[in-house]
Design a protein around this ligand. Structure first.
Ligand code: 7TS
Length: 417
């Protein structure tokens, strides 16, 4: 990791790379407002470098991968495998064979639950998650639990929205087969101490899966330093295309896993009597993959590395600190989630205004936030709220956009006063 001080971002130059940001919304009759896009935890916008890479692929190189003998197929294959190598380098994996392209974090976790889970989790075994998880890191484990008779154990959180580490340690036992934890909570912005959680999991002989959907574009991720057994991410939250993501798995674990989907590309030989499976990573990539998406993902990683994740993180932390300070001073506003270690996400409620109404009013002011349960209903239950409003920051956001958020909140309060 680069230990030098993060550099200040040239945010205006960055914004110029995202044409979608330079628009007014609800502009009928010239009454529109400049867009303040603060819904980055749902999906980030895409820089020209990514859009151009996808477009260029379709305009110049489009062909299927791994099968053709012609020039276009060779180019497509080289670009697709080049993207795999970029993912490997970005997360510090040892080998590109450990990188499986999937649709996103959801599919990555389902792959592990289906392939590793069905082969390794038995009746009475336990899977330990936390009270902070997104539904995609809960439901696949419930499905596995119900299929094999395992138990799903949940480490509780405290009122600040942090995992209770004493309870987490206490809940680990030789029965624990897998610990599945988010790196960064999408509902609250809490950064989990995943390195410690993974090491505790390993002490009882469990494997550890990290849901990195929110973390990968905001925190420095080094899967070998973390010693994660699996790490899941989604390109679309990392300035890349939708419909593509990656699952990292340690080679020695992936080697022992049966495939989860059957079809083309994942085989080395098929007769009607038997099939021999292909080597890693292809064994887990049945069918024609999202070739253009993977290439766009690779360019998004180039973009992230050029701008620098540490520089982006420092910028987002300044925005989050400023927004938090303004939120604390705002009458009737309650911040949901005040963990000591947070990144890029501010979740809150406003007295007397349902978060969905708030989302609609803010939208009329040009401010795009997310209102809802954020696919983390158990987190909402814990805090006793039906939903929260959530502002989430990215490299291109500005202090002025935080001001626009609070000006719009002021309007909402006046409307409901
Ligand atoms: N895990 C976390 C922590 C997430 O935030 C999300 C998506 C997922 C998993 C699933 O990722 P996907 O790319 O497979 O859908 N979170 C959100 C959100 O907060 N608002 O919209 C999607």
């Amino acid at each position: 990791m680069n230990e030098s001080r993060p550099a200040m971002l040239d945010v205006q130059a960055i914004r110029a790379e995202f044409p979608v940001l330079a628009q007014r919304v609800h502009d009928a009759g010239g009454q529109g407002r400049p867009l303040a896009y603060l819904d980055n935890a749902a999906t980030t916008q895409k820089p020209l470098a990514v859009v151009d890479a996808v477009r260029d692929f379709y305009l110049r190189d489009n062909a299927n991968v791994h099968r053709g003998v012609h020039a276009l197929s060779e180019r497509a294959t080289a670009a697709y495998e080049g993207a795999r190598e970029k993912v490997r380098a970005f997360i510090g994996a040892e080998s590109a064979r450990e990188i499986i392209f999937v649709r996103g974090t959801t599919e990555a976790i389902n792959l592990v639950a289906a392939a590793w889970g069905r082969a390794n989790v038995r009746e009475g075994d336990e899977i330990l998650i936390t009270g902070l998880e997104h539904h995609s890191n809960i439901v696949p484990w419930q499905m596995l639990r119900d299929a094999v008779g395992a138990k799903l154990v949940v480490a509780p959180i405290n009122r600040r929205g942090e995992v209770d580490m004493e309870a987490f340690e206490r809940l680990l036992s030789p029965r624990t087969k897998l610990v599945a934890i988010s790196h960064l909570s999408n509902a609250l912005g809490t950064i989990n101490p995943v390195e410690r959680m993974i090491s505790l999991a390993h002490e009882v002989g469990a494997l550890a899966l990290v849901d990195g959907a929110q973390a990968a574009a905001h925190l420095d991720v080094d899967v070998r330093r973390l010693d994660a057994d699996f790490y899941a991410m989604s390109a679309h939250k990392m300035y890349g295309p939708t419909g593509i993501g990656a699952l990292y798995g340690k080679r020695e674990i992936l080697e022992t896993m049966p495939p989860w989907q059957g079809g083309g590309d994942m085989i080395s030989m098929v007769t009607f009597d038997e099939t021999r499976y292909n080597e890693l990573p292809y064994r887990f990539e049945a069918g024609t993959p999202h070739i253009a998406g993977a290439i766009g993902f690779g360019h998004a990683l180039d973009w992230l590395e050029r701008v620098g994740v540490a520089n982006i993180a420092a910028h987002e932390t300044r925005l989050l600190d400023y927004a938090t300070e303004r939120a604390r001073a705002f009458p009737g506003l309650t911040i949901i989630g005040e963990a000591a270690h947070k990144a890029s996400i501010l979740s809150f409620t406003l007295e007397g205004v349902h978060p969905h109404d708030l989302g609609t009013i803010l939208d009329r002011e040009g401010v795009a936030i997310r209102a809802g349960h954020h696919c983390a209903m158990p987190v909402m239950d814990f805090f006793g709220v039906p939903a929260t409003a959530r502002a989430s920051f990215a490299a291109y956001n500005t202090r002025e956009e935080v001001d626009a958020l609070f000006a719009a909140l002021e309007k909402a309060r006046e409307l409901f006063a």
